[in-house]
Design a protein around this ligand. Structure first.
Ligand SMILES: NCc1[nH]cc(CCC(=O)O)c1CC(=O)O
Length: 311
């Protein structure tokens, strides 16, 4: 029997996600035991919009530092919050089965963007969500909103007519709220959205093999392709790109879209390849995006974000 320590944020979502992971691990490793260690991260205390915080991994780095230093055996993260490059000596040891990848619009009536009144206020601090809301309804007023999921939902009807959230977060918390799905085909999600990332020390074969028992091959392939694309074009909180890979049998297909700051221009690609080479599929889609001008869009965003942060 081994007792493992798992590092996690203390938010309700992170604790719920960690709980689901531990239920699966206990079923797969009945002889082992698990202890939960809550670790506060910069993202839990810094309530600026994410694009204003010029650092990667603000929801993840303190937890991964604990894993590196032996204060925890592994970490449970939302994959989309994990930078594409992990700290030296750490590995993405397991990607369990993915939940819903799409975003949703939470509003009193649970209707979609098309049903919101003219000039309604929609809350999100994600540039990716903001630009896609604007492309769908240019009359809507997008206003930043931070805080955990419950806090953001509570602001509907209190300064906001609706907020955009990930369906996975709502479902993992079992929240009873009215929402409309924003279809992934027309509202591209964040790379890795809906998946979890279990990070361990690359030299810790015992922990890695224990975690691997709940690995989902299709979710891993989708995660690797989306992260390879994001890494290739340098997307993140300051250069928003939507990307979603889906595997059907041995074929992996990724769709990705980048936008200009004003939403008037976009570069979208679709690429397919063998599920066994997910990083190649993601990289080739990233190369095509760069050939078609995604680098100029990135520059456009970085200049604008710097300007916003100076104002
Ligand atoms: N830091 C925000 C965050 N990180 C992961 C999720 C949702 C769950 C997921 O994508 O797996 C959320 C909330 C949101 O985007 O609404």
């Amino acid at each position: 029997m081994t007792v493992y320590t798992v590092g996690t944020r203390g938010s309700r979502l992170s604790l719920a996600q960690t709980g689901h992971v531990l239920d699966a691990l206990k079923e797969a490793n009945p002889e082992d035991e698990y202890k939960v260690r809550r670790i506060k991260t910069q993202g839990d205390t810094d309530d600026r919009p994410l694009f204003a915080i010029d650092q990667k991994g603000i929801f993840e780095k303190e937890i991964d530092r604990a894993v590196s230093e032996g204060g925890a055996d592994f970490a449970v993260h939302s994959l989309k919050d994990v930078p594409t490059e992990l700290a030296p000596g750490l590995v993405l040891a397991c990607v369990p089965r993915r939940a819903a990848a799409n975003d949703v619009l939470v509003s009193p009536g649970g209707s979609g963007l098309g049903s919101l009144p003219r000039g309604a206020t929609v809350g999100t601090s994600s540039l990716r969500r903001a630009v896609q809301v604007g492309r769908s309804r240019s009359d809507l007023h997008v206003k930043p909103v931070r805080g955990n999921i419950e806090t953001r939902i509570a602001k509907v009807g209190a300064g906001y007519d609706a907020v955009v959230l990930a369906e996975a977060g709502i479902s993992r918390l079992g929240l009873d709220v009215k929402y409309a799905a924003l279809p992934e085909e027309s509202f591209a999600p964040s790379p890795g959205q809906g998946s979890l990332a279990l990070v361990a020390r690359s030299g810790d074969a015992g922990t890695i093999s224990m975690l691997n028992r709940i690995e989902d091959a299709a979710s891993r392939a989708e995660a690797e392709a989306e992260r390879a694309l994001s890494e290739r074009i340098g997307s993140g909180c300051r250069f928003p790109v939507g990307a979603l890979a889906r595997s059907a049998g041995e074929l992996l297909t990724i769709r990705a879209e980048a936008f200009s700051v004003d939403g008037s221009r976009s570069v979208s690609v679709q690429a397919s390849g063998p599920r066994g080479s997910p990083r190649k599929v993601g990289e080739s889609a990233g190369n095509e995006m760069l050939e078609r001008g995604a680098g100029d869009l990135a520059l456009n965003w970085r200049e604008k974000v710097d300007e916003w942060n100076r104002s």
